[in-house]
Design a protein. Structure first.
Length: 355
């Protein structure tokens, strides 16, 4: 999902690619371009009345920043889980969705170095089955604890007539704090800096409208284990979004990190470019091994260009550091190693317009 820059619009549409068999996000009903244009509309409306001096930065970042005095900033963001919910509903397993919801928010929040303070959730449903949704809230509580913040409150809305009986949606809101002098804002980024990534746990919570279209077109069963995977397809798709809070904040405390990016909707380059200012990301897509689920999706007819634009491709969170500081960053991240693998360099920072 997107971030404080406002969610990607779910606008139905079709796009031809020259190859009728090529699957694109647009033809699945989601337009990244229209979503980006919508952010521009919102930005112009917000800025029409002039900028409030209490606001640091502007719309389009991973979180909004608000000055509260004493050199401190509140950071805030909101996000949801998107149509991954439909996969969970079809599989009949909502476990992990609560972690998805928290992760999509707090992972955005920490990109500026903000420490998460609290989280609020919003559950909308056609029928309030307390046993069913208690699993989701339990996951939210556990994910908040793993992110060192608290579930402060929220809202549950039973909305028959708007949602079908089994239908539901999830949204969340996270608030954190950072000292303005310690803000990680990309101001020190330079050409030649390295892009060091932490592995994702899978698709996380992005691109599922396209995934669902590809799976449906191929006639695959979510209960079956397709070639190339070692688990049922539904299980692979529902793997929860990884929480990067502790790794990101530990890295920020070293002082060597110039910028951080959470890889959500829009893929690697778009998300990293958001924190690079006048520079851009040059990603070497052959420099790491992608998780098998991405190879499967490519085999279903999603073109490489579209894969890069929609999915994280195995890189969930990116740090920007000088080559001289890479060793220090790796040393800091070493204590957070998991079965998902070690950090890896996926590219570098270059000048705009560079080949």
């Amino acid at each position: 999902m997107d971030d404080y820059a406002f969610p990607r619009s779910r606008v139905a549409g079709e796009e031809t690619s020259g190859k009728e068999s090529a699957l694109r996000y647009e033809s699945a009903g989601v337009s990244i371009d229209r979503g980006n244009a919508w952010v521009g509309v919102i930005r112009s409306l917000v800025e029409r009345g002039g900028k409030d001096p209490r606001v640091a930065g502007g719309i389009g970042g991973f979180s909004g920043l608000f000055r509260i005095g004493g050199g401190k900033l509140l950071a805030a963001c909101c996000d949801g889980v998107g149509t991954k919910l439909e996969i969970a509903r079809e599989v009949g397993n909502l476990r992990g969705l609560g972690q998805d919801l928290v992760a999509m928010n707090v992972n955005d929040l920490v990109t500026c170095g903000a420490v998460p303070l609290f989280f609020l959730d919003y559950i909308a449903c056609g029928f309030l089955d307390s046993e069913r949704y208690a699993e989701v809230v339990e996951d939210i509580v556990n994910a908040c604890a793993a992110s060192d913040c608290v579930l402060l409150g929220g809202e549950t809305a039973e909305m028959p007539g708007v949602y079908p009986r089994e239908g539901f949606d999830l949204a969340g809101f996270a608030v954190g704090m950072v000292e303005e002098e310690r803000l990680v804002d990309g101001s020190g980024v330079a050409s030649g800096d390295l892009l060091v990534a932490l592995p994702s746990s899978g698709l996380h919570s992005n691109g599922f409208s396209l995934v669902r279209r590809a799976v449906e077109k191929a006639g695959l069963s979510l209960a079956a284990t397709p070639p190339g995977l070692d688990e049922p397809l539904g299980q692979a798709l529902l793997r929860p979004t990884k929480l990067y809070v502790r790794e990101a904040l530990a890295a920020a405390r070293t002082g060597v990190v110039k910028a951080m990016a959470h890889i959500t909707g829009g893929g690697l380059e778009e998300n990293v470019n958001r924190v690079l200012g006048k520079y851009r990301a040059a990603v070497d897509y052959g420099s790491w091994k992608r998780p098998a689920v991405f190879s499967l999706l490519a085999s279903l007819g999603i073109a490489e260009e579209e894969m890069r634009r929609v999915f994280n491709l195995g890189a969930g969170f990116v740090f920007v550091v000088s080559p001289d500081d890479e060793a220090d960053l790796r040393k800091t991240l070493a204590s957070f190693r998991t079965s998902a693998g070690d950090p890896f360099v996926l590219g570098e920072v270059v000048q705009q317009g560079a080949a």
